[in-house]
Design a protein around this ligand. Structure first.
Ligand code: THG
Length: 367
């Protein structure tokens, strides 16, 4: 086991004191900020997430805030998803693309007002791209990173826990919608969303000073619900097919290759910077795409580099995320597979670092 050296560059979060007190065992770095990855063990965290309720410090999902008369115009320049039908109170999962149609990020956009948006980003320095576009186009909009730190409450008992702290009306928030709720005299945006398939909420904690008071209130209220600190769980998110930017895809991939074509309306997303490039690739169709892959054999080691997917001695893709799934009793994985081998049921080989394994391309993810 090797340690991560901490310093000012590697930002703590408003919840780091609580995370440490809860016995965090490992971190990763995400948007230059600490992101817990293990509390008890990946498998114990996984079982608990699927049966109880967890509090996640996902402050590293930083916001890029757009504020001003050109905010909506700028937002549409960033994504091929048509935002014209999006109302205040809604969240959209939006691919963000560059001028070649390459994925720069896959955030959640939160529409706070016609002239005020949050882009809740995955792990890439999107702020620079957005600031440069705003400046280069002389747009009337302010772009910055506000003091807003998401805290996720995930798991089947999330509704019960949240109702105890915010009142029963929090139960009425619909998927990918948000409401504004009071905590100690402060208005907080609370959305029904989160990086798991177990259901739950994300609290956009505005003002780091109320981070620990809110953390403590949730733990106090959830004692008899077996509430525990948790974090995005590798096994559960692979089962659910939730993508991890920088791992499963990067700026060399189009949204279509990532299976995010359903979040693109390239014909009607007028103003999107990557629109012309995407219109070209959308017509031809992608030549590779992200697939669920079942890998045979004993528990795979950690996937900290791409593993070649081979067939007939040729490389036909790569595995980017993999883990042993206790519930499915097999290794679950996410891979980028070339079109010659993406048909469900296709048998391939995966060159994992410990051994080469038989694997099968699947029709869909597990959840
Ligand atoms: N929540 C918030 N910000 C985030 C994430 C999040 N920023 C970083 C990262 N996660 C961005 N990536 C994703 C990936 C998947 C989803 C959300 C953000 C997601 N997908 C659902 C799915 O695929 O089933 C729902 C998509 C939909 O139907 O709109 O939730 O988790 N704030």
């Amino acid at each position: 086991m090797v340690a991560l050296s901490l310093s000012h560059r590697l930002r703590r979060t408003p919840f780091s004191d609580g995370v440490e007190a809860s016995g965090v065992k490992a971190y990763t770095v995400y948007n230059h900020m600490l992101l817990p990855t293990v509390f008890r063990s990946p498998a114990e965290d996984y079982h608990h997430l699927k049966t109880a309720v967890q509090i996640w410090d996902v402050a590293c999902e930083r916001q890029v805030e757009l504020r001003g008369p050109d905010a909506a115009r700028l937002m549409q320049m960033l994504t091929p998803r048509d935002l014209r039908g999006m109302n205040v109170g809604q969240c959209y999962y939006v691919p963000i693309v560059d001028e070649t149609g390459g994925m720069l990020n896959d955030p959640v956009a939160v529409k706070l007002a016609e002239d005020r948006w949050w882009i809740s980003i995955a792990d890439s320095d999107l702020l620079y791209w957005v600031k440069a576009i705003a400046h280069g186009w002389r747009l009337d909009v302010l772009v910055d990173e506000p003091d807003v730190s998401p805290l996720a409450v995930q798991g089947p008992k999330a509704d019960d826990l949240m109702a105890r702290v915010f009142g029963d009306s929090v139960r009425d928030v619909r998927f990918f919608r948000y409401g504004v709720f009071d905590f100690q005299g402060r208005n907080l945006v609370i959305a029904r969303s989160g990086y798991s398939k177990q259901g739950g909420y994300e609290i956009y904690v505005e003002g780091g000073d109320i981070g620990m008071p809110l953390w403590n209130a949730l733990f106090e209220a959830g004692k008899d619900l077996d509430v525990h600190a948790g974090c995005p769980n590798l096994i559960e998110r692979i089962e659910g097919g939730l993508l991890s930017y920088g791992n499963d895809m990067n700026s060399n991939n189009t949204p279509h290759e990532c299976g995010l074509g359903k979040f693109c309306n390239t014909h009607t997303a007028i103003g999107c910077i990557g629109r012309d490039a995407l219109l070209r690739v959308a017509k031809e169709g992608p030549v590779q795409k992200i697939c669920a892959v079942e890998i045979e054999g004993p528990n795979v080691p950690g996937c900290d580099r791409w593993w070649p997917i081979m067939a007939g001695g040729k490389r036909v893709g790569r595995i980017s995320s993999a883990a042993w799934s206790p519930d499915h009793n097999t290794n679950v994985a996410i891979g980028m597979v070339r079109m010659t081998h993406w048909e469900p049921g296709t048998e391939v080989e995966v060159e994992a670092p410990d051994q080469t394994r038989r694997a099968v391309v699947r029709e869909a993810f597990w959840a």
